[in-house]
Design a protein. Sequence first.
Length: 173
Amino acid sequence: MQNRLPLTIDPTKAAQKRLDYAGNYLAKNANRLSELVENVNSDIECSLSFGFDEQRLCVISIDAKVTVKLECQRCQQAYDKLIHVKNKFSPVKSDAQAEALPEHYEPALVNEFGEIDMLSLVEEEIILSLPIVPVHDSEHCKVSEADFVFGQIPTEDDKPNPFAILASLKNKP
């Protein structure tokens, strides 16, 4: 196992050597992630594993963790959230190759040199794992669940019957 994570790598050569990496990508290098969150609190702790599957497809396994600061959309207070992603990728050169991949692999597009930008791939997976609407857990949020309800919900007995007029027309001679 190697301790330095590659920024770019030829996945086929790495798979032939069955390389494994473990280390950190610096938070300051995660530019796209830092634009989407309040703060990136920790470096991206990541392990990468390269190999081949039974079909002789090149496979990249990613396991990454990072702590980010998000703004709760209920109480507008910042809170820390651990984002943990695990996924398997297979390198592709075209959309046609991506379509032909088994569904349990995500496509990883290689550049003109046959390499993958690993930091970008890991960062993209983390971005896809961010919550759409970040909120605290209910017990930690300053806005109580009682504040979520606005007005009264009418019961079935309180609602007028929209067909009551038809019933009165039916009774007319």
